[in-house]
Design a protein around this ligand. Structure first.
Ligand code: C5P
Length: 405
């Protein structure tokens, strides 16, 4: 995975969320990261160095005057060769220290003495009033201005019994954020709207027609676009997938609902990517009540064509040039020929062809990109890898487009 071999300095400051740092440490080592834990004295009141040492497999440092460190330079040595420092949990007090250049213990000194290009990432965790206090808000602004990246915090029920912003992000979300921090920000400042998954066309209140799309490719693209710095909105048919961290999601069932949700959200979008496997037809004589089974009788369904969402969006782009539209197509034969024709017919600058429909539900895929210069094959890879390549290909084309204008 993406963090394999990365050296991460994991700093813990004082907060009850230290219990989540143990999970995070375990998750990081599981994906092959080399984790070096540094704890403040306050963190030691919430979790022991023994636990963090067992989970990281490396010596834990918590004392500036540690006699085990022969040269007394732990505050320098620990960050040299590191790929990132992640402070999780980061208390209000530790944010203050970072914002003001305080260096009165090992962790704060190490942060101040870090090489300038080494990313410093923090995951705040504190009571809602502490987070919303103007002093903390001021420190947060200062940290952002200094190039320090703030993950979260999330809103919800807090250990103190109050509710609101201040919860540390969950370990799996922090892992996604950390992975994202290493991705190039090729879509920074761009708004991206994506459809994903299957649609469900009702026959009656409990029955319907759907397809085998799992949503994996669309969700992977949503994640990759967010990692690339975009603001991402996902309109999703029914899937069992978790929403990628930081992505807004609207759930729909039918193609008509997907069409309406997309048209309501499309204004101001820079990129539209239609990945959903949208039903071509809907049942016009769907029953309001559950249909009864009568011996010897079979229901007769009548169909009407659904609107083509991608074509409707593409039709809105003519004046401003936005959104840049990307479509998907699964063809079981003659992909190269059909792909090029379909792109022209849809009136879109980029079409992504899947080889066959066997990709439905799978973790890997092979795709072919069609644009007005011809076609390019992206060889078989897992869907997240392909999604990142696609995002980079889209960014490249947007860049070329702006150079041509
Ligand atoms: O024409 P075909 O269904 O093969 O086109 C597939 C592409 O068009 C996909 O990007 C899909 O999301 C989009 N589409 C759509 N609305 C439809 C049918 C397909 O947006 N009703």
């Amino acid at each position: 995975m993406e963090l394999k071999g990365k050296k991460i300095v994991l700093g813990l400051s004082g907060g009850v969320a230290c219990y989540k740092a143990a999970e995070l440490c375990r998750a990081l080592t599981r994906v092959g990261a080399e984790v070096h834990v540094v704890m403040t004295e306050a963190a030691g009141h919430f979790i022991t160095a023994v636990t963090m040492q067992a989970l990281s497999g490396n010596t834990v440092f918590n004392d500036q005057w540690d006699s085990r460190v022969a040269n007394n330079m732990a505050h320098i040595d620990l960050t040299r060769g590191a790929d990132a420092i992640l402070i999780a949990p980061c208390s209000a007090d530790f944010m203050r220290k970072l914002a003001h250049g305080v260096c009165d213990d090992l962790l704060s000194t190490l942060c101040l003495a870090r090489p300038r290009q080494l990313p410093l990432l923090i995951a705040p965790a504190m009571n809602v009033e502490m987070w919303q206090n103007p002093a903390t808000a001021r420190n947060a602004r200062q940290l952002r201005a200094d190039g320090i990246c703030i993950f979260g915090p999330a809103a919800g029920e807090q250990a103190c019994g109050e509710t609101g912003l201040g919860r540390m992000l969950e370990p799996e979300d922090l892992l996604e954020e950390l992975v994202a921090s290493f991705q190039p920000k090729v879509l920074a400042g761009k708004r991206v709207l994506i459809t994903a998954g299957p649609t469900f066309e009702a026959i009656d209140p409990v029955r319907g027609i759907t397809n085998l799309s799992s949503g994996k490719m669309g969700y992977a693209i949503a994640r990759a676009a967010r990692e690339a710095g975009a603001d991402v909105q996902l309109v999703s048919g029914p899937t069992a997938l978790p929403t990628p961290h930081g992505v807004r999601r609207t759930n729909v069932q039918s193609a008509q609902q997907m069409h309406d949700a997309v048209m309501a959200a499309v204004g101001g979008q820079h990129i539209f990517i239609g990945v959903a496997a949208v039903a071509d037809w809907r049942v016009v004589n769907a029953s309001e009540q559950k249909m009864k089974k009568h011996d010897g009788e079979t229901p007769s369904l009548q169909f009407e064509q659904n609107a083509d969402i991608l074509a409707s969006v593409a039709a809105t782009t003519s004046l401003s040039g936005w959104p840049y539209c990307v479509g998907f197509a699964a063809e079981s034969e003659n992909l190269v020929e059909y792909g090029a024709v379909k792109r022209e017919k849809k009136g879109i600058p980029l079409l992504v062809g899947n080889i066959g429909h066997h990709t439905f539900g799978q973790d890997e895929n092979t795709i072919v990109l069609f644009d007005d210069h011809g076609h390019t094959v992206l060889p078989k890879a897992d869907k997240l890898t392909l999604a990142r390549q696609l995002v980079s290909e889209i960014a490249k084309r947007l860049e070329q487009r702006s150079l041509l204008k």
